[in-house]
Every structure is written in structure tokens, then in C-alpha cells.
Ligand binder design. Structure first.
Ligand code: 5GP
Ligand code: ZN
Length: 114
């Protein structure tokens, strides 16, 4: 997708602070962190939101979740804990329409979802 910010980050057109990369996923520090650790994990394939997951493209979710485990270990939050968050659509506040998971941690966030 030529006008997608995260596609441009994945192909290097827009710089990012890379944390982790495989042939299927790319992860980088959020530009506007909301926690001491705030990493975005994205599939290299352009999938615009969670709504667009289907039987053909869902295998990448395995890679995203395993990436989250590796990154949590790498950044020292696997034992202290973290959240893995996806915002889908307007009510969730999705602003970038390329599927992504926020990996946030490094602080106690309490037990409330909202
Ligand atoms: P959403 O609200 O769609 O779930 O989250 C989009 C996230 O992307 C936000 O946390 C925002 O700070 C981050 N973001 C937007 N543009 C850029 C960018 O150019 N670089 C990086 N590293 N993060 C970005
Ligand atoms: Zn994209």
C-alpha cells in the first residue's frame, strides 16, 4: 500500500527504531510512547485491521505472538508483565490502518481494561 505509513516504515522509506524483524513481521518503538516500553509489532503484509484477518492471512498471527514473546524477553519485561493491544476501528481509536499490536510494559498498569 503506497500511502500506508507502516508499509513505508517496513520498506525503510520512513525511519524507525527497529526492535525485531523476521521475514513475516517487523517491530519498532512507538514514536509517541505511552509506557516505558511501547513497541509496535506489524505484519509485513499490508492487512488494514483485525477485521481483515481471514483464513488466507491469519498464519501471521502466530509470528506476531511469538515476536511479542521474544521482544518482551529482549526488553526485560517478560517476567514483570506486559499488555498486547490491538485497536480495531473508530471506537477503539485505531489511527493507522495497517494491522498492529502495541506491546506495552515496564510499569504497573493495574487490572482495568479501560
Ligand atoms: P493506533 O491508535 O492505530 O492503535 O496506533 C497507532 C500508533 O502508531 C500510535 O501509538 C502512534 O504513536 C504510532 N505511530 C504513528 N505514526 C508513527 C510513525 O511514523 N512512527 C512510529 N514509530 N510510530 C508511529
Ligand atoms: Zn500498510
Amino acid at each position: 500500500m503506497s500511502d500506508c505509513i507502516f508499509c513505508k516504515i517496513i520498506n525503510g522509506e520512513i525511519p524507525s527504531k527497529k526492535v525485531y524483524e523476521t521475514d513475516k513481521v517487523y517491530a519498532f518503538h512507538d514514536i509517541n510512547p505511552e509506557a516505558p516500553v511501547h513497541v509496535l509489532i506489524v505484519p509485513k503484509e499490508h492487512i488494514s485491521s483485525h477485521n481483515e484477518l481471514n483464513h488466507e492471512n491469519v498464519d501471521v498471527m502466530k509470528d506476531i505472538h511469538l515476536a511479542a514473546n521474544e521482544i518482551a524477553k529482549q526488553l526485560g519485561i517478560s517476567e514483570s508483565g506486559y499488555r498486547l493491544i490491538n485497536n480495531c476501528g473508530a471506537d477503539a481509536g485505531q489511527t493507522v490502518f495497517h494491522l498492529h499490536y502495541h506491546l506495552v510494559g515496564g510499569t504497573a498498569m493495574g487490572s482495568k481494561i479501560l
